[in-house]
Design a protein around this ligand. Structure first.
Ligand code: PHE
Length: 373
């Protein structure tokens, strides 16, 4: 690049940013004189062209002329804006103001807050833990055998030891279940206790309308000497009823997770219909979480005596709850950053603290709502 070409580029940058900064007619006139006026910098540059070779004259000359035309056009635009009474700065400031006034919570945050609120009202304490997790917590201590398919690199994001000072055996947690073990240890919980741990999880999913590689779960754990499946059923029914402001019934189907025995899939009665609709795929039931009674091996890993204590654990997806609640049909919208999607939540009133949740009369045995000892 010749010196004159370099000067031309520098000048373009300088002239453009100086033009944007012009807030009123006086500033704009000063800019015009300095850059495109008869004795301004651009004509000055054009005058220097005469010293160049014929070849250079052609290329640099046409570039300089194009720049001059472009700046003249921009000048006219800016003049128009200023004459209309709104400098570019003013416009930007107005936008900022609008954004500040119109800010609102993301639908996932709204949903997460509601989950917090309802479980807190039932006496669950809230725990938070790491997203980059040790294989030990994500799998081993959760009774997941070494040959379990979920442990493979096909399903799980492995953390490259080179990126974490050589630390081995780290993964992006595939579930919030490691928080079962972690929260008991970190908070030195002794039964009876009930804890809820919401957070982000990661899986190597093929992303489509219902699957994301990053989503959010809430893990629940409740342990005492007598906690039963009936307790679980009533607490979860209370939760979904409060969440959807409806009389929700839940049903359990047998399922398998290595860290619970027995394990089940939890369905809730459809809150949108009585006879079947699109949301429940005409089954009248909506699948909402995995759960089960904590496996004795896992209790041992929590240093809790399985001969004396028992309890349930569950894991639901916040994203799925938000989709059901707001009628969102594509999970990818959450991360899309599309303001047309997000703006629809600007009227949603954030959950208030101190919600009252009526315990269902069927709740028996341990009071899952009691605070940890
Ligand atoms: N961690 C399980 C999942 O991600 C859900 C679960 C949690 C199942 C607790 C049972 C008990 O699918």
């Amino acid at each position: 690049m010749t010196k004159i070409q370099q000067d031309l580029e520098d000048l373009t940058q300088k002239a453009t940013s100086a033009l944007i900064a012009c807030e009123d007619a006086a500033a704009l006139e000063a800019w015009r004189v300095a850059y495109i006026g008869r004795s301004g910098l651009i004509p000055g540059l054009l005058r220097n062209i005469k010293d160049l070779s014929d070849e250079e004259k052609r290329t640099v000359g046409s570039a300089a002329n194009a720049l001059k035309r472009e700046l003249e056009e921009k000048y006219q635009e800016q003049l128009h804006v200023i004459e209309k009474g709104a400098s570019t700065r003013g416009v930007q400031a107005t936008n900022c103001k609008l954004q500040a006034g119109g800010g609102h919570l993301h639908p996932l945050t709204l949903t997460l807050n509601r989950v917090h609120e309802i479980f807190s009202a039932m006496g669950f304490i809230i725990a938070d833990g790491p997203e980059v997790e040790e294989v030990k917590f994500n799998f081993d201590l959760l009774n997941t055998p070494a040959e379990h398919p979920a442990r493979g690199a096909g399903d799980t994001f492995m953390v490259d030891p080179m990126s974490v000072n050589g630390a081995e055996d780290l993964v992006l947690r595939t579930q919030t279940s490691p928080m079962q073990i972690r929260s008991v240890a970190a908070m030195q919980l002794h039964p009876p206790f009930s804890v809820i741990a919401p957070g982000r999880v990661f899986r190597k999913e093929k992303v489509d309308a219902t699957h994301e590689s990053t989503f959010h779960q809430f893990e629940g754990l409740s342990i005492s000497e007598t906690t039963s499946i009936a307790d679980f059923k009533s607490v979860i029914e209370t939760f979904f009823s409060a969440f959807f402001h409806a009389d929700v019934v839940i049903r359990l189907r047998p399922s398998y997770f290595p860290f619970v025995e027995p394990g089940f899939e939890v369905d809730m009665s459809c809150v949108f219909c009585k006879d079947g609709c699109r949301v429940c795929k005409h089954t009248k039931w909506i699948e909402v979480m995995g759960a089960g009674m904590v496996h004795p091996n896992v209790l041992k890993n929590m240093n809790i005596d399985p001969d004396k204590y028992q309890g349930y654990a569950f894991g639901g997806a916040i994203d799925r709850l938000a989709m059901i609640q707001y009628g969102i049909n594509d999970i990818r919208l959450f991360w899309s950053g599309d303001v047309r999607f997000l703006r629809q939540f600007d009227r949603v009133i954030p959950a208030k603290a101190g919600i009252q949740v009526d315990p269902p009369s069927r709740r028996a045995g341990v009071d899952a709502g009691s605070s940890p000892a």
